[in-house]
Design a protein around this ligand. Structure first.
Ligand code: XMP
Length: 514
């Protein structure tokens, strides 16, 4: 039986993997291809539907990413999103121009509820817009199906040809009824059945890993975070004793975290991972000395990680494979996978040194989104409390200390973060927010403590709600909790005299500070 597939054609926008994720949420298998992919290949995949993504370009400029017009003649439904909508209009004879007013942010859109795309969607609905260009005239045969005050064609369609387009982004959570619109496209327009389930992913992966590894030795980078834990346990199930897990304590972990990781994954825990802990704190601090720029710090940390592994690998003899817990969003945001611009190079993707002393890197989770990784973790029998841990970046506190990292600053941010986490949990807010931590800003300011003038650091508290970590909202943690945490931090953490709360969503900020 042929598997139903929706293809996302990537024109280089930031949210492209999100579209795939939303489609998979409908239990429809979804693959992403670059806009450079040969038309024959797309045709051969026999997709049930095609989605053109957003992108950073202006489609009327020379060399802007585009596609062959033939794609609209396949009889396969196409949905164009933002830049994708503009490309569709331009190719089919409409007009795209620079907009007199740039639209950015949450905007009320009035939709035509008789459109298949807007079935069960409110007539006036909040959508996320981010565009400098606009569609000034529709291609022949199209009709407008949504508008805003500044945008006459916020959505349009050619129902007979099954071509649909939206100027806004239905895939981001800021678009309130976006998932409904995408599922309308997938089910009502494309006619998908929605019978693809993730449950066989784990078994298939285990089998594939076993075959690939053969008798080879495998070294796994275990950080104790959700991704690397799931990757490690999956590897252990696949290759058993051939696996060695190395846990590098880079001195950039949360307070007491090194010991906690060892307690779960070490020899006294429930797993058999051949666990080795390397205490490399001083090594990392000295490499980071003087480094201030976030990307530079990430590169240093990533590179040092690899060096430590190489040394460990040498100690345990020949190693063939290195496992990493890289997941889909890491790849997108590093600009490695699709066409996206680099926002941050995740240390485990963009920062690899040129020379790596292993035959190959295995990334068993590279196609999965965070919530899919958690599902895989549960399938593997990893307990809930580990599977639902909040994410922690590979470069650790290195990117939660703005500017230069020192041992003293690490201690400050660890202590402040421990207080924040403790109070959040006490207040029962740990289940309501998806990621929360303290960061140390690079700002020193004047304060007064017990009649004395101080000139100390400001800690920033961050708490966000998100499901995909690609967009997020700042959480409305009660003032009472923030107040309690503030007074504890300034009292208990030396050299901190100010506490700030970060109210910014993503976009325009990111979740981490660097
Ligand atoms: P941002 O800050 O990009 O974060 O909004 C999105 C999610 O990714 C995590 N993050 C990282 N994870 N290496 C990682 O393994 C990194 O360099 C990195 N930077 C951010 C972040 O904690 C959040 O969950």
């Amino acid at each position: 039986m042929k598997r139903e597939t929706v293809i996302v054609l990537d024109f280089g926008g930031q949210y492209n993997q999100l579209i795939a994720r939303r489609v998979r949420e409908c239990n429809v298998y979804c693959e992403i291809y670059s806009y450079k992919t040969d038309f024959e290949k797309i045709k051969a995949a026999e997709p049930k539907g095609i989605i053109f993504t957003g992108g950073p370009n202006s489609c009327y400029l020379p060399d802007a990413p585009t596609y062959t017009k033939e794609i609209f003649e396949l009889g396969v439904p196409v949905l164009g999103i933002c830049y994708g909508a503009q490309v569709m209009m331009q190719l089919l004879g409409g007009k795209v121009e620079k907009a007199p007013v740039r639209e950015y942010g949450k905007i009320e859109v009035t939709v035509d509820q008789s459109s298949l795309l807007f079935q069960d969607v409110s007539e006036k609905t909040i959508c996320w817009m981010s565009h400098n260009d606009y569609i000034s005239s529709l291609a022949p045969g199209f009709m407008a199906s949504a508008h805003t005050d500044n945008c006459p064609y916020a959505a349009m369609e050619h129902t007979k040809k099954k071509l649909y387009a939206t100027q806004f982004h239905p895939e981001v959570l800021h678009t309130k009824e976006g998932q409904k619109m995408l599922s309308n496209f997938v089910f009502r327009v494309c006619g998908c059945a929605g019978d693809w389930k993730m449950d066989s992913f784990v078994q298939q992966s285990i089998a594939a890993i076993r075959e690939k590894v053969g008798n080879g030795k495998v070294l796994c980078a275990l950080s104790g975070g959700v991704d690397s834990s799931v990757a490690a346990v999956m590897m252990a199930k696949a290759v058993g004793e051939q696996l060695t897990c190395v846990f590098v304590d880079h001195g950039l972990l949360r307070k007491n975290e090194g010991d906690e990781v060892e307690a779960v994954f070490g020899p006294n825990g429930p797993y058999h991972l051949n666990f080795i802990r390397v205490n490399a704190q001083e090594r990392f601090y000295s490499k980071l000395k003087g480094a201030e720029e976030p990307e530079h710090k990430r590169k240093i940390i990533g590179e040092e990680f690899i060096r430590v592994f190489e040394e460990e690998a040498k100690k345990i003899g020949k190693v063939d494979f290195l496992v990493q817990g890289t997941i889909y969003p890491d790849i997108v945001e590093s600009g490695v996978g699709g066409e996206s611009a680099v926002i941050k190079s995740h240390h485990n993707v963009g920062g690899l040194p040129d020379f790596v002393d292993f035959k190959e890197i295995i990334e068993p989770l590279r196609d999965l989104f965070k919530d899919e990784v958690r599902k895989a973790g549960l399938e593997l029998g990893i307990p809930d409390y580990l599977v639902y841990r909040q994410p922690f970046p590979g470069p650790g506190l290195g990117i939660r200390i703005v500017g230069e990292v020192t041992a003293e600053k690490v201690k400050m941010v660890q202590d402040a973060d421990a207080i924040w986490r403790e109070e959040i949990a006490k207040a029962g807010w740990d289940k309501k927010i998806n990621q929360y931590f303290a960061a140390l800003t690079n700002m020193k300011s004047v304060g007064v403590m017990g009649d004395e003038r101080t000139y100390d650091y400001a800690v920033a508290l961050r708490a966000v709600t998100t499901t995909d970590f690609m967009t997020a909202e700042s959480a409305e943690v009660p003032w009472e909790v923030i107040g309690r945490v503030t007074s504890r931090i300034v009292n208990e953490v030396k050299h901190v005299n100010r506490v700030l709360y970060d109210c910014t969503g993503k976009p325009p900020a990111t979740i981490e500070f660097e």
